[in-house]
Design a protein around this ligand. Structure first.
Ligand code: PMP
Length: 393
């Protein structure tokens, strides 16, 4: 590869087949081949999300932030009580969206690199009796992953609607939307789904659709479940429909990308394999990073995500490391949590790269060589060997 390897937590390296699909001449939104792609993509979303037949997938042009806004605007009304699980920059964004909807927001706080225990969230739910619980599955600002199963089941048992931002998780971290009773699970195309940026992807369960029906303050028309649901239903049934022009090239790529993830076999088996691939890549990288003397920002292994690594700079090393890694052919990202952003950097390992031994080893090598160049004594060869051994174990 004669261009740098993109190892940030999104956008990510994408597969050759997805690239070809995204670069094809744009189809019209009412032609048969496009309708077929859209129908397959919507059905595959249910499989990847592990959602039930009564859940509604939505594919809308936009970013992950738009998907977050769509979720909040359709289930939160002015005056509603909302509890947000704080994990960092992106959970704070979710809280701000709920506030702007006129909700009364309670944040269950945690320090950077930590997640509130499920028991603390349970206490807040008991005390506040909210309508909605908002959770960031993996907070990309810190590499912290919450106990999504625990939180989804907690909300369900308490009769609280749960909204999960899966932008840095969906398609890579275990999530069982139907079995855990989660109400909205959203992501964006440029993360573990493995596409270029441009699609907001969201699945809403029946309780979320019902919540939209009961709103007093209508959501903005362009992100209204009611405006989009008939369009999604029509496409899934093989009929053309129109509300606003879909990103036709990206929908074609979505079909290819989701088929690569879930195929045509048993979705439970395919998703377990997909999650295991990300767990294996993350564990192997961590072997290499540990050898290089890089410690994770997340406070414990249980809350350390498999989609990215947030790594503390060793003594004497700072944000200039990111540029030095870039000079060695790999792009990584700086810190993002406002409280600690100059203390760590981030490496994404989602999608195509998580399945590429070459990409993972090149990443460890580039980071190791950059550390040495910046004056940090470490055995780079040993780090690469440890990563390779873990990948082939
Ligand atoms: N939530 C999370 C967890 C994210 O990682 C991101 C993007 N990094 C977003 C939301 C926002 O997505 P976008 O940048 O596509 O608007």
């Amino acid at each position: 590869m004669d261009r740098p390897l993109l190892m940030i937590p999104g956008p990510i390296e994408i597969s050759p087949a997805v690239q070809r699909a995204a670069a094809a001449p744009p189809p019209g939104h009412l032609v048969a081949s496009f309708m077929e792609d859209f129908a397959r993509a919507l059905a595959a979303m249910r499989d990847v999300w592990r959602a039930g037949p009564d859940a509604q997938p939505f594919v809308v042009s936009g970013s992950g932030t738009l998907a977050m806004e769509m979720a909040i605007a359709n289930v939160v009304d002015a005056g509603d009580r909302v509890v947000i699980v704080q994990t960092g920059f992106f959970s704070d964004r979710l809280a701000e969206m709920a506030r702007r909807r006129g909700a009364v927001v309670t944040v269950v706080t945690a320090d950077a690199g930590c997640a509130p225990p499920v028991a603390s969230v349970a206490d807040a739910i008991d005390r506040i009796k909210p309508k909605v619980l908002g959770v960031t599955h993996v907070d990309t600002s810190t590499g912290v992953r919450v106990d999504a199963e625990g939180l989804a089941k907690l909300a369900r048992a308490a009769g609280v609607l749960s909204v999960f931002d899966g932008v840095c998780a969906t398609g890579a971290e275990p999530f069982e939307m139907e079995a855990w009773g989660a109400d909205v699970y959203l992501t964006a195309s440029q993360k573990a789904i493995g596409l270029p940026p441009g699609l907001a992807l969201l699945v809403a369960g029946p309780r979320a659709i019902e919540a939209r029906a009961g709103l007093k303050a209508l959501p903005p028309l362009s992100i209204d479940f009611d405006a989009w649901q008939p369009v999604m239903q029509a496409y899934e049934a093989g009929r053309p429909s129109y509300f606003a022009t879909p990103a036709t090239s990206l929908v074609g790529a979505l079909r290819v990308g989701l088929d690569e993830i879930v195929g045509t076999g048993d979705p439970a088996v395919a998703m377990a394999a997909r999650w295991a691939m990300h767990a294996r890549a993350a564990a192997a990288l961590r072997e290499g990073f540990a050898e290089l003397g890089l410690l994770p920002l997340p406070a414990s292994p249980e809350i350390t995500a498999n989609t990215l690594s947030a790594l503390l700079y060793p003594a004497g090393i700072g944000p200039a490391l990111v540029g030095a890694v870039r000079e060695r052919g790999v792009i990584v990202a700086g810190g993002l949590h406002p409280a600690r952003k100059d203390a760590y950097f981030r490496v994404g390992h989602m999608g195509w790269a998580a399945g590429s031994t070459d990409a993972l080893l090149r990443t460890v090598l580039a980071i190791g060589e950059a550390l040495v160049a910046q004056g940090h004594a470490t055995d780079v060869e040993q780090a690469v060997t440890r990563t390779a051994a873990a990948l082939s174990a």
